[in-house]
Each structure stands twice: as C-alpha cells, then as structure tokens.
Design a protein around this ligand. Structure first.
Ligand SMILES: [Zn+2]
Length: 389
C-alpha cells in the first residue's frame, strides 16, 4: 500500500503521463515516509497504476494466447517483445525503458543495489579508516529547471490537496536518493552508519550533457543571476539556477520552457565517487639544533638553497602514518635560518589534508614522535598530539 489519498490521484495521473518515474511521483505527492522509496521502482509503478485504475502500458491488457507469444518470439523484433514484458512496463513505444523527465534516471537505474555496490567499492579502494559516513549528492543544475517545470505542471493539483503545500514540500531528488541508497551502501560496507554528520564524506556526482542547455534560457531572462566567476567552468551553477528560478515569473517560465519537461533519450552519467576525510590537526613543539636548516623549504628562483627544512623533516613521517594527501604547516613566529631553537621549543601545528587514517592512541602518537626524532639529529619534537582546529 502506498501512503496516498484520493486527492493524489490527479497528481499521479498527470505525472505518469508526463513521463515521471515512480519515485518522482511519490516526491511530488509529498510522500515523506522513506519506506516507499526503497521499494523496487517497478513495483511502485504497478501500485501507482493500480491506484489510478490503469493497467500497465496505460491500456487494458489482452490475455495473450500461446499462439501470440510463439509468433512474437519467432517473428517480431525484440523491441516489440520487450514491450509485452511486464517488467518493462515503463517502456516507450520502441520498447526502451523511459528516462524520467524530472530526475533524468537518478532515481531509476542509478539508485539501487548495483549503484550502491559501486559506491562501496570506491570507498573500499580508498582504504579509509572511518566508522560513520556522510553521503553527499551532486546533481546537474538543469534538474532544478525540470523540477520547476514539473512543479508548475501539477501546482494546482498539489495545492488542492492541502492549502499549505508549496514547492518546498516536494521531496527533493537528493533526499529520495539518499533514503534509498543509504541503507544499501551501509549493508555493502558491513553495517557502517550512514549519517548526516561525519568527518568522512562520500560524494556521488551525476552529469547529463544531453540537457545541459536546459538552463540557458535563464541566462537571458535573469542575466544578473549569472555573473562569470573564476574557477567555474560554467555560469550555470546550481546556486545561480535556483536563484533565477526564484525570480522568474510562472508566466515567463512557461513561455520559455516546456511544461512538463521534454523527454530525454539518455540517463544521467555517474562520475567517479569522491571520498574525502576532513582535515586532522597535529600539534607539538620542536627544537632545532642546526644553523643550516630553514623552517620551510627555502627556494630562490625555483632552486633549493638548503637540502631540507624543519617542516619537511616533521611532515614526512606524519604524512606517511596518517596517509594524508598533503599538509599545511604553521609555527608561532618566524625564525632566521641560522638560529637554533632551544629551550621548550617552538610550538607548531600541522593540518593534514584528506587523511586516510585519523585515529591514533596516545601511545601511537608517542611512537610517531620517536620516528620523527630518530629520522634526523637536526631537530627534536615533543608533545606531539592530535588537536582540534
Ligand atoms: Zn524520476
């Protein structure tokens, strides 16, 4: 049973005939319980069709005889046969599974066990040390345009359901994606908690080159929302598109963009999964016993003046045990190269970027300190510890 009311019927009807997938229909019906999104979308589609009193394919099924099926198998092209297969109910007249006009496939084939296995595989390959995980999703900006078009398509019907419902009550694609995927990814990774706040973030990104130009009409209708910025490949960022959609009137939108959105022939393309662990900070004090050792690598006209530096001597062993991608080193005050730093030592701190290992006991930090101290007689480190930012 789907948590739908009679007032949802016209919405379901309109969305299905516009080419929305089952999960997008649930979203626009403002279904905010997670379980229905986790059902196989094909089953949900059947339930939705039954709900509005429609057989699959939108037609009354004729009971096919043995003769028909043998004829099909022998003579008809495979596309025609696929159309008769109940599992292909979301197929177009050529027998291809339809790509949802709103989520462009993100909540269809890209949101299930197969995709979860791929994400889990990328996480395992990264060989990170973590006990919770945050799943983040990046969608192509044009999805917002399609979402807006679809919202305008059913706005009246949604409003009729309840006075207070607005576009914000529609469940976001991102949310529905996470509700479906989090449990699957957790299972793939042996029960790790997928949470909303974690220092370990796993990013899933989708692009859809075929419909990139969907956003372009907004550039001429809301030019001040799209200012070129450095480091951005396109002015049509998600934020700019959202801003423009808030500004544009319904009437101008409907004049410039089809409602409901047009069908696309391909699904979104998943990009490489990005794993990122938040920085870890390590601090301590160092003494320098050598007058020919600079604090940081000393370069003049791109050439090294000294063979090493305090920062490099300390950083190398730390980077290697934390398996970090890089570091930022800072110490209190600058010193001239030819002075020694004696006494209690100079305080320093290091930011370790994207550490693949981040949890160390006091004993392990002591061992790391020993490793640094044994690696060179020019410096000595004490009080080495993990600190907060
Ligand atoms: Zn969809």
């Amino acid at each position: 049973m789907l948590p739908l009311k009679d007032t949802d019927k016209p919405i379901v009807q309109k969305l299905l005939s516009a080419g929305c997938c089952a999960r997008c229909v649930l979203r626009f019906c403002c279904v905010s319980v997670q379980a229905p999104y986790r059902q196989p979308p094909q089953e949900t589609l059947e339930l939705l069709r039954a709900f509005i009193g429609q057989k699959h394919d939108g037609k009354v099924q004729n009971s096919s005889t043995a003769d028909d099926s043998s004829h099909d198998a022998a003579g008809e092209p495979p596309s025609k046969r696929a159309k008769l297969d109940p599992s292909e109910a979301a197929a177009d007249s050529q027998g291809h599974a339809c790509v949802c006009v709103v989520c462009l496939g993100v909540l269809q084939g890209l949101c299930g066990a197969e995709q979860a296995a791929k994400v889990a595989e990328a996480v395992r390959e990264g060989n990170y040390d973590f006990d919770t995980l945050l799943l983040s999703v990046s969608l192509p900006a044009q999805l917002c345009v399609r979402e807006h078009s679809c919202w305008l398509h059913v706005k009246k019907e949604v409003r009729d359901k309840g006075l207070a419902l607005t576009k914000d009550d529609v469940i976001q694609v991102k949310e529905a994606f996470k509700w479906t995927m989090q449990g699957l990814i957790a299972k793939e990774l042996g029960g790790v908690a997928v949470v909303t706040k974690s220092s370990f973030e796993v990013g899933v990104e989708f692009t859809h080159p075929e419909t990139d130009s969907d956003c372009h009409f907004l550039g001429s209708s809301c030019p001040d929302c799209f200012k070129p910025t450095k480091n951005k490949q396109s002015v049509f960022t998600r934020m700019a598109v959202v801003k423009a959609l808030e500004k544009i009137s319904d009437a101008s939108f409907l004049e410039l963009y089809p409602c409901p959105p047009t069908r696309a022939s391909s699904s979104c393309v998943p990009q490489d999964v990005q794993c990122l662990h938040a920085s870890v900070f390590v601090a301590g004090r160092y003494n320098k016993f050598c007058r020919s050792l600079p604090q940081t690598p000393w370069l003049i006209d791109g050439e090294r003046r000294m063979e090493s530096s305090v920062e490099e001597l300390i950083a190398a062993p730390v980077l290697s045990v934390f398996r970090a991608d890089g570091f930022n080193f800072s110490s209190s005050g600058r010193e001239d190269v030819d002075v020694r730093t004696l006494g209690n030592g100079r305080p320093f701190a290091m930011e370790l970027l994207n550490p693949h290992r981040s949890r160390f006991s006091e004993v392990e930090m002591k061992q790391l300190q020993e490793t640094i101290n044994k690696s060179s007689d020019k410096i000595r480190v004490r009080d080495l510890q993990i600190v907060n930012r």
